[in-house]
Structure formats: C-alpha cells, structure tokens
Design a protein around this ligand. Sequence first.
Ligand SMILES: Cc1ncc(COP(=O)(O)O)c(C=O)c1O
Length: 357
Amino acid sequence: MALEFVRSTVRAMSGYTPGEQPAPGERVVKLNTNENPYPPSPKVMQAIRELEGEMLRRYPNPTADGFCEAAAALWKLPSRHMVLAGNGSDDILTIATRTFVGPGGTLAYPDPTYSLYPVLARLEDAKVVTVPWAKDYHLPIEALAASGAQAIYLANPNAPTGTFVSPLEVASLAKAFGGMVLVDEAYADFADDNCVALVKEHENVIVSRTLSKAYSLAGLRFGYAIGRQKIIAEMMKVKDSYNCDAISIVAATAAIQDQEYARSTWDKVRTERERVGSELRQMGWNVLPSQANFVFASPADGRGKEIYQGLKRQGILVRYFDSPGLSDKIRITIGTSQENNALLSGIKAVTTSEKAA
Ligand SMILES: Cc1ncc(COP(=O)(O)O)c(C=O)c1O
C-alpha cells in the first residue's frame, strides 16, 4: 500500500480535530468554535470591495509590510520588523515550532490547553512535556522552567478553560526559563490585560495574536506574532514565502485600524459572558472564571456529555472534549444575547426532559 511512503510519525498520529462546521445553509446556533458573533467591521468589507484585480495578478507583499506597520502603530512598537504576519495564528504556531523546537527538541506547556500544540510538536518529531496547571489555574512556573524544553507555549487566556494568568506570572516564567516563551493571545482582546509589554522586557518572549476571534475574521485566516526584531527575522526564514494573500493583508489591516468597532464587539461579548456565567451558576453549574469569549462549565451532576448531545439535538452546537479531566464540562462560545438565550433555554430543556424521563 502507498502508505509506506508516508512518514511513520504522520501515519501514527491522528491530526488536529477542528470543531464541527455546519453545512452551508444549515441553521444552527453555533457556539462551538469561539467565533465572534458580530460581523467584521464595515471598513473591512469596504476594503475588500475596493480591491482591484491587479492586486491579485501579482504576488502579495511577502512580509505583509502594510499590516505590520499598522500592528506596530497599534502596539506602539518601535519598528514593524517586530511583527510577523501569518495565515491565522495556527501558521504562527507552526512557524514557531519549526523555528524554536525542531526535530528531537521538546515543547512544554501547561495542561490542559489548545490541542493543536502536541500535533505541531509531533509533526516536527519533537517531544512534548505537559505540566498540570497549579491550583486555581495558576502557572506552574518551576515545573515548566525545569522542563528542559526549547519552548513553552502558553495560551493566555487559556483554551478550553478561559482562565487567565497575570503578566507578572508570565514574566517570572520568562526569567526562570532558558528557552522561548510563546504567549498565545488568541483570546486576549476579551481579557483585562495582556503580555505584549513583556516583549520589550524579555528577549525570550513572543506573543501570538489572531484576527479570527476579536476581529470577527476566522474565515479570512490572519494572525501575527510580536517579538524582538532579531527573533522575528529568524522566524521570517521559516515561513512560507507568501504565507498571507493580498486580500487578507488588506482586510486585516483595515480591521486593526478600526479599533472603535472591534472594541464595541468585545464589550458586548464581555457583558454577555458575565451574564451567561451567572445564569449557569444560578442553575447550579460550576463555571470557571473566564477572560475569553467562551466559558468552560459543568452541570452539577457532571453530565456534560448529555448536555452537549441534548443541545445538539436542538440545533445548538457547543464544544465537548471527551478526555480525562474535561469530559464533565462543555465549552460554550459567547454568542449574541439572542443566541445565549437560546442556549440557556436549551440547557433547561435538556435538564427538564432528563428529570421527566
Ligand atoms: C488558543 C488558540 N490559539 C490559536 C488558535 C488559532 O486561531 P487562528 O484562527 O488564528 O488560527 C485558536 C483557535 O481556536 C486557539 O484556541
């Protein structure tokens, strides 16, 4: 069989499992992949409409300079050369793994976290060291620093828990650790703080960001990294030559330049996050404190799977992880208030029908 031509590592692995996507036209309440429930900025749509064919005839700018300028301005960085653009932040994570870890190397991260990290390590023939979160999801600094890894990936806020560690804790980790610390800030725009300032203080910190969640552009595929200029220059060597297409560069630039619009969506998401959390708690659920655009929560009886399945039957999608320590919970993306109302009624319907049965 032709499979013998495939690397044994690839054959042996199962690959990343993305959240389920409904078929086009299928009507569901989609609260399973942490998308922003509000549309992208009108300025993004306008920028896309104004694109000329000539831009597509030519190759795009290989380093997305226009976007990097805009990101440097947004974060008050001294140079656009501190920014690396990527085809979603997953691309940034792939580039980072290839730059810092590589074959035979080790990647460490607190566990549980984003399930793509072990897949990326595996693809590089690298090892993984997982360290359980400390009490109340504090950072297990000593154990991570002693991992012997070349890099630590820290999703902050974390997925799927939504919990947040303070930049002070991350700074202590950066000081104690001899390798790179990549802070994956996919959800940080929904949080009270972030670690971008740490890049200035610590040469071994890079921050990864995405436009998928906070800027309502998951379908566009755009993310970026902020790091010291010398580190970013090394990562540039690793990326695909034209990793961001011309349309996405224009649209992503328009998106981060419309902070007012984006922030208005973050405010609504945060308000709804607190409401959903408190309503679930009133129903007796255990809800982890979240700084993201989702909550991770378990019903009092721990039957997360039944709730997930019951919601699915009603056309309401949430994310369920059938793995130890997570299987009593569901991860609920915060939607519009209408969607959240549908979710809360859906949960009540499942619970009532179970009681009646
Ligand atoms: C922690 C974390 N990092 C990165 C990503 C990937 O985002 P992107 O759409 O930018 O590839 C996700 C997406 O779910 C995520 O949860």
